[in-house]
Design a protein around this ligand. Structure first.
Ligand code: COA
Length: 160
């Protein structure tokens, strides 16, 4: 049976840290969806449709990755979409503290077959977040190598 996995987040914007998790999850599972969430608690730089378009461009090289967006409860999207695995990236021990609480809460809401699986973020990217790359870029610092080239091009355009 094919394993259907979901990697979710705000991805505003997607970074090389996210890409590393996507490439590795795409090797582990038959079918991977990058699910972009409209997170009302965060002020976004890119509208969700543009994030979807940008991510589609950068994952096009990976044959088994699709991109979608959703709002509301993660568990509803997971159960309705028939996912088997929810992939999360762990950068630091601080991430773990937050993630374990979320994973336990989600486990109460997910269909029983669904597992949350953690992949360790590549240490080259363990210090970055979408907010930090946005801040450095907006202040004129270099974020070369921290976001895919296509994303950097869109960030440059958004700054102008
Ligand atoms: N490399 C680089 N950065 C990473 C990373 C990685 N591998 N993994 C995470 N990050 C960054 C993200 O870019 C994000 O940065 P930001 O805060 O500056 O935007 C930060 O770490 C936190 O990531 P994450 O925890 O994935 O937050 P998110 O906003 O991207 O996604 C959801 C959060 C979508 C997983 C969560 O809010 C959710 O499930 N919401 C749905 C509502 C729901 O069901 N709530 C109940 C949950 S129990």
């Amino acid at each position: 049976m094919k394993t259907k996995a979901l990697y979710t987040g705000s991805f505003d914007p997607l970074t090389e840290g996210h890409m590393d998790i996507i490439r590795r999850a795409a090797r582990l599972y038959d079918d991977l969806t990058v699910g972009i969430i409209a997170n009302p608690s965060k002020k976004a730089l890119f509208p969700i449709e543009e994030r979807e378009e940008m991510i589609r461009e950068v994952v096009a090289e990976l044959g088994n990755v699709r991109v979608d967006h959703f709002s509301g409860l993660l568990a509803d999207y997971v159960n309705e979409g028939g996912f088997d695995v929810v992939v999360r990236g762990l950068r630091t021990a601080t991430d773990f503290g937050y993630e374990i609480q979320m994973a336990h809460m989600n486990a109460c809401l997910f269909d029983p077959r669904v597992e949350t699986v953690f992949l360790m973020t590549d240490p080259r990217y363990s210090f970055i977040s979408s907010s930090v790359v946005k801040e450095v870029h907006a202040l004129g610092g270099s974020i070369d190598g921290l976001v895919p080239k296509e994303i950097l091009r869109r960030m440059d355009a958004a700054l102008k």
